[in-house]
Ligand binder design. Structure first.
Ligand code: IPM
Ligand code: MN
Length: 353
């Protein structure tokens, strides 16, 4: 197989972790006889500095021309504490999602046997956790208009908007996923308060008869936040709107023991993007200490989702699992034991493959 990959390292630890994923990809390609052509492009704060635009047209064109996008992270503290700044790195990520039509963000959450003791939750709660969150990614309060300030600046507003079309599109994906798994779909909303959530519920209920083999249930988001910690094994597939999905998946990452472990795939109309769920972790940037595993596992999702190359994805996952068993982990997971650098973990996993 030949493919073109657009590489968008972004900010903070982005370049370091993406570098490790690329090593692993090259190892997989040598093993399985594939050949990828890479091109690197700017996004986020790095792109603002160079061009004034967090998602330059050149970057978008390259993504459109590629078979998959490997994304690092974006965000920079100099923007976080300046509410008045006009362009922010995050706008680059949102613009990319919108322009590539990436309406579905797939975030699998499963625990690794050898890391069970790293979870702050009790072993019997987390051992065997395996669910997927399907987060709607191009609608809701992230994109709704109007948004902004009143004329006197004393009031601010955001708007949460969903159309039946958008809900149905992501809802069907939720049913399809459940169908291929344990056939249980939980639609998370806040239908006791929000009009958009009531449209979600209505739309999901209308779809349900088309998927009689899937058991659909509804859960309010506050309750879901609690249940994720109390009994995470109760979930199979969760489908939810943009912001609820954002919050619940950060929460879910705690179950596995580190935010540095969760990968994601964003798919939709144009080229799919594969990225860790975590941010740019600026405090660790350039220190060679960040956990590259979420990005490496995102590369596994890239083989599976973009290229239907299942054995390749499995090879990555097995090598990652082996790195845990052997204790080749970064400082976030090492605890009292010896920790390894970002580069060392990347080298070890690539070497194992
Ligand atoms: C994520 C991130 C982004 C989001 C930020 C960086 C805009 O938190 O991918 O989960 O909120 O979607
Ligand atoms: Mn997030």
């Amino acid at each position: 197989m030949n493919a073109k990959i657009a590489v968008l390292p972004g900010d903070g630890i982005g370049p370091e972790i993406v570098k490790q994923a690329l090593k692993v990809i090259e190892a997989v390609n040598r093993k399985f006889g594939h050949s990828f052509e890479y091109s690197h492009h700017l996004v986020g704060a790095a792109a603002i500095d160079a061009t004034g635009n967090p998602y330059p047209d050149e970057t978008h064109e390259a993504c459109m021309q590629s078979d998959a996008v490997l994304f690092g992270a974006i965000g920079h503290p100099r923007f976080d504490n300046d509410p008045s700044c006009k362009v922010r790195p995050e706008q680059g990520l949102l613009k990319m999602r919108k322009e590539l039509g990436l309406f579905a963000n797939i975030r699998p959450v499963s625990t690794f046997k050898s890391l069970i003791h790293k979870s702050p939750l009790r072993t019997e709660l987390v051992d065997g956790v395996d669910f997927v969150v399907i987060r709607e990614l191009t609608g809701g309060i992230y994109f709704g208009e109007p948004r902004g300030r009143s004329e006197n600046g004393e009031t601010a507003f955001d708007t949460c908007v969903y159309s039946r079309f958008e809900i149905e599109r992501i809802g069907r994906l939720g049913f399809e996923f459940a169908r291929k798994r344990n056939k249980r779909l939980t639609a998370v909303d806040k239908a006791n308060v929000l009009a958009t959530s009531r449209l979600w519920r209505e739309t999901m209920q209308r779809l349900a008869p088309e998927y009689p083999d899937v058991e659909l249930s509804f859960m309010f988001v506050d309750n879901a936040a609690m249940q994720l910690i109390q009994w995470p094994k109760g979930f199979d597939v969760i489908v939810t709107e943009n912001m609820f999905g954002d919050i619940l998946t950060d929460e879910a990452s705690v179950i596995t023991g580190s935010l540095g472990l969760l990968p994601s795939a964003s798919t939709g109309i144009h080229t799919s993007v594969f990225e860790p769920i975590h941010g740019s972790y600026p405090q660790a940037a350039g220190k060679n200490i960040a956990n590259p595993v979420a990005t490496i596992l995102s590369a596994a999702l890239m083989y599976e989702y973009a290229f239907h190359a299942m054995d390749e994805g499995k090879a990555i996952r097995e090598a990652v699992e082996a790195s845990f068993t052997e204790g080749i982990v970064t400082v976030d997971l090492a605890g009292e034991n010896k920790s390894f650098s970002t580069e060392e973990v990347g080298d070890w996993i690539a070497g194992r493959i």
